[in-house]
Unconditional design. Structure first.
Lengths: 427, 375
């Protein structure tokens, strides 16, 4: 059988045949979609660890998967496994434990956490220092902690469970990681390296120190009461993001490969754009140039024009700086149309799922296309006059959506945009 | 479409010093390894030879905002850009894409120790931990901790506005970084890339992670393939970055070419007995005919079992000149494979060999190989 379908640049078309998602709103597409379109928030007071003395005490933690204490890599792995099971199951590709393609995973940077360090320290006489911890480690009584905190272990376990091919990629581009995982899958399929890719973004890393680190950067909302109202992207009174947890998984597949096996095509990853920002370690270029270029690159890669975009799935973190920069950048790309082009932020309900965000929000974007309904930006009660946007305020809206631009921007100058479309009319 | 990929920039810095000439001299057997057996005893490490940071990171404010592994990586990246002649080429730097193989940031060891000591007697451990972390963590620590901030700092310091990606996953991150960079150029997806990694061995938090699994050698240094009596890794502070470029682009701008990077391959064996040997043999077998006097550059870790398996796989190249990267400058985890490719390229560039095979098996997972030929 010959490959007959190519994109506008003569490359294989990258179809989506499976989607999976877990967030603080629940497990699976149905639970999430119901909550997202009802405008329900998954943000709540943190109970996982004591929050006394912290400026921020809320988060979109996923609390329904373990009934015992766990570490960030354990939760991140569990989230990834569940999202991948849903996506691979929907796609019907391969056989259980035999996924005929490569694995690209966005995983949070992990390191040994306090409970594990305390276990090591327990048997040390006198003051604790790293030499003491090293002596305890050398007893090899804590061997499992080595694998637990290796960066490559989560992807390795997922590769084992799903039987993906080749060397699995564990990557981080900070808050655009999930989008980068998708982009890497797209590139591998376009190169012909693989006919299918399992692309996952996962993040289950809300623990005390992670929250405190973001808090010390003044990046988090401190409006803890009520928790559901804290994430308010594009509002005038926005005051930072809310950490969230979750995973998104997508089965990407060469379009002709998917057609040949009779798979249902859920959509197309039509274009990807990425740009670095050499301006500052945590701040975006004030002129928004890298974000503008990332969006323009993604559209050009897809062979589309700004007018083709029906909806923008915003990065929309709810920080004063990001939302201003993103709105301005979108205005530069879309011009006057921006005032009536719907752009909403899923983060208003699920918080910022960090490493997972790009993948989680890509899954939601494809659901938006499939259902013809745009999830709202909730908590939009005080518009920011400096940002004239149609943020789909507070209530979901029915709309014909065939092309979505999904933005992800991260610390370290990472800017990634994806163009996600409905299946093209078959010829 | 498969296009030729060439190496036009090599940035190397380690315990031996910096630059192609220094490392080529070590490859030729003219330098002894530098080992510190006391500072982190009982664990030997290869300490970084001090860098004149101002030469690659002119702003003190930039230097201050980075940790040692980031400064080292930014420095080596700068050497690669200089070598490729693109340091001041704004247009190229706007297209240049970066892949970094990175680990995590360094803990504040004193803070950790004090908190762990205090936690034992704290009445409310959770509240105590919060209070201490809020008070003792430097806000900037967060940034130094983020794996992708080495790439971010390379962008900021060297003015690279192309996109960057950071791979994590110990040694295999380095293999996949070079493999992906090569594939993107070979397939025509991009023209020029900067790829590499950086590792600071002089930190107890990383020694701790490796020692939890019992992977470190104790006592003194011994050559990587002669550690059967007391196997284990001797880590080394080192970084390598490579400028990879399509052969056409390099030729068009008249760039000096160190070597052609022919193929880069990777695998993930199940680590049953003999699996690493079989996997590496298969990867090398995919390179086709190899000349007898090839340079075999090994990124072997020194870890028990798999190091012997890598040696066995390399015995399939019986007349090869085998050099372990670890014998020159230690094992640099994520950076180990990029460093080994950089060393092979330096050897080819210096006329020490016409062809090179690079191998590596991660201490816990992942195998990789590369094939280089003289330009």
């Amino acid at each position: 059988m010959s490959n007959t379908h190519r994109d506008s640049k003569g490359r294989p078309i990258v179809a989506v045949t499976g989607l999976g998602i877990v967030t603080s709103l629940g497990q699976g597409k149905d639970a999430n979609w119901e909550a997202l379109t009802a405008g329900r928030s998954g943000i709540h007071a943190i109970e996982r660890f004591p929050t006394q003395g912290l400026r921020t005490t809320i988060g979109g933690t996923v609390d329904f998967l373990f009934d015992r204490p766990f570490s960030a890599p354990e939760l991140s792995e569990k989230l990834a496994m569940l999202a991948a099971e849903e996506a691979v199951g929907q796609s019907g590709i391969g056989q259980p434990g035999d996924f005929p393609g490569e694995l690209f995973m966005a995983v949070p940077p992990v390191e040994m956490e306090w409970p594990q360090k305390q276990e090591l320290a327990a048997s040390i006489e006198g003051d604790v220092d790293y030499d003491g911890l090293l002596r305890e480690a050398a007893t090899l009584k804590h061997k499992a902690k080595h694998e637990l905190f290796l960066f490559g272990a989560v992807a390795d376990h997922v590769a084992d469970a799903f039987g993906t091919r080749g060397s699995p990629i564990s990557l981080s581009t900070a808050c655009s990681s999930g989008a980068t995982a998708i982009q890497m899958g797209v590139e591998a399929i376009r190169r012909g390296d693989t006919q299918a890719a399992l692309c996952i973004g996962t993040d289950g890393s809300i623990h005390a120190e992670a929250l405190i680190r973001f808090s010390l950067l003044s990046a988090l909302s401190t409006q803890n009461d009520p928790p559901q109202a804290a994430a308010k992207p594009f509002s005038k009174n926005r005051d930072g993001f809310v950490m969230g947890e979750g995973a998104g998984a997508l089965v990407l597949e060469d379009y002709d490969h998917a057609l040949a096996r009779g798979a249902t095509i859920l959509g197309i990853v039509a274009g990807c754009g990425e740009r670095g920002d050499g301006f500052h370690r945590t701040r975006s270029s004030p002129d928004g140039k890298p974000a503008i270029l990332a969006m323009q690159d993604a559209l050009a890669d897809a062979g589309l024009a700004p007018d083709d975009v029906d909806y923008i799935n915003a990065h929309g973190t709810s920080t004063p700086e990001n939302d201003k920069m993103e709105a301005m950048s979108c205005a530069a790309v879309f011009g006057e149309r921006m005032a009536r082009l719907p752009m909403s932020s899923n983060k208003s309900m699920i918080g910022h799922t960090l490493t997972a965000a790009g993948a989680v929000e890509a899954v939601i974007s494809f659901l938006t296309i499939a259902k013809g309904r745009i999830p709202p930006t909730i908590n939009y009660t005080t518009p920011d006059p400096a940002i004239a946007l149609d943020v789909v305020p507070n209530f979901a809206r029915d709309a014909r959506v065939r092309t979505v631009l999904s933005n992800s921007f991260g610390f370290g100058g990472q800017n990634t945009s994806l163009v996600l479309t409905a299946e093209p009319a078959r010829s | 479409m498969q296009r030729g990929v060439v190496i036009t920039g090599i940035g190397l810095a380690s315990s031996l010093g910096e630059g192609i000439e220094t490392h080529a001299a070590a490859l030729a057997g003219h330098m002894a390894p530098v080992v510190d057996t006391t500072s982190f005893a009982p664990y030997p490490v290869h300490p970084l030879k001090a860098l004149e940071l101002d030469r690659q990171i002119p702003k003190k404010s930039d230097q201050r905002q980075m940790e040692p592994w980031q400064r080292l990586g930014v420095y080596a990246a700068g050497l690669a850009l200089d070598g490729a002649g693109i340091k001041d080429d704004v247009e190229t730097k706007s297209l240049l894409q970066v892949i970094v193989a990175a680990g995590g940031g360094e803990r504040d060891h004193a803070v950790d120790g004090a908190i762990l000591t205090g936690l034992r007697s704290a009445n409310a451990p959770g509240a105590y931990l919060n209070e201490r972390l809020m008070g003792d963590l430097r806000p900037t620590l967060f940034l130094a901790q983020l794996s992708n901030l080495l790439a971010g700092n390379i962008g900021i310091v060297h003015g690279i506005t192309g996109a960057s990606r950071t791979f994590m996953g110990e040694e295999q991150a380095g293999v996949d970084a070079v493999r992906t960079a090569h594939a993107r150029i070979a397939s025509g997806q991009t023209e020029i890339m900067l790829v590499g990694g950086s590792y600071n061995a002089e930190r107890r938090d990383m020694l701790l992670l490796l020692e939890l699994g019992g992977y470190l050698r104790k006592g003194d240094f011994a050559p990587v393939f002669e550690r059967e009596a007391a196997p284990g890794i001797v880590t080394g502070s080192a970084s390598a970055f490579l400028v990879l470029e399509s052969a056409e682009r390099a030729a068009a701008r008249g760039a000096a070419i160190h070597a052609r990077l022919d193929k880069v391959v990777a695998a993930r064996s199940k680590r049953t007995l003999g699996a690493v040997e079989a996997t590496l043999r298969a990867l090398i077998g995919g390179f086709g005919a190899i000349s007898p006097d090839v340079l075999a550059m090994s990124a072997a870790t020194g870890a028990a079992g798999i190091t012997g398996e890598e040696a066995a796989a390399l015995s399939g190249l019986p007349q090869a000149r085998r050099i372990a990267t670890g014998d020159l400058l230690g094992h640099a985890l994520e950076a180990a494979f990029p460093i080994s490719v950089a060393l092979a390229a330096a050897a080819l560039s210096a006329g020490q060999a016409k062809e090179a095979v690079v191998t590596g098996a991660g201490h816990w997972r992942g195998e990789g190989a590369a094939h280089l030929v003289k330009a």
